[in-house]
Unconditional design. Sequence first.
Length: 335
Amino acid sequence: MNVFELTRALVDIESITENEECIGNALFAQVSDLAAQHGGRAERLPVAPKRFNVLGYWGDPRVTLSTHMDTVPPFFPSREDDEDIWGRGACDTKGIIASMIFATRELLDEGHKNIALLFVVGEERNSAGAFAAAQSPRGSKFLINGEPTENKLAIGCKGALRYELIANGRLAHSAYPELGDSAIEKLLDALEKVRRVPLPVDKMLGQSTLNIGTIAGGRAPNVIPDQARAEIFIRLVDDGDQTRAAVKQAAGDRVEAREVLAIPAVRLGSLSDFETTVVAYTTDIPAFGESWGKPYLIGPGSIHVAHTAEERIPKKQILEAVQIYKRMVKQLITQ
């Protein structure tokens, strides 16, 4: 199949986070075929039950092309028109995977070695696959991480700070609220204070931002609620220490602020003759650390349509990405 057909085939495999087994098997088959044709090796690297990373390598890896195989919900299948391939994961990151596989195939056909492909699980939730891969490095000196950057080399990306805010109260009949203790009112008070927390600004990365993503709680409209919770997500422009302390202070002693994820903002490498950009999202790169080499971030597609019902990837950018990845690998191998 060609690169567009592979992109659509991958999109059509539902791979919402924690349900990556089928996509993992499909990618293992792709990488295994490529390994058999060019004297490489393919491995499944366990992460959790029915969850594994996929690794393929040829020679002693010096440059690793990597991205994640999981997607956000909801799943919807692929379609295409003259310009784009549509579907969940089209740009985040099934089209990127296809570009990396085809770039590697062409490099191997040209006689290049010391390359690796690494596809990981769990990026959309907690970078579980990248954290696991960081414990098993293979000597790679450079990591090219794929995310939608419209084929521009990202020189910086924001970090992430996730909290679950949990409030507990006491049930009572709503006609006698003085007999109860409203968990929802506690949570709303805490959220109001969290929204007023001053967030840092960075000259390159811009403004740190806050999103209150979910709110749940209560039993019925005529019952004083005994439980309530919310999830918040802050895009960091620094290491997050200042924001972490401010959130806990805002939550106070009436609401538990349970930290779920903390990933600092990162500055990334650049290469000559590549257009650059700065992105506001978080990637697997901090979870990898330097274990798979100095990180670079680039990939086809726009983040503005990722996670939306309009997710798509331009066919032109997929083809461009194949050549971009080849050029980067050749440049980095010689460094």
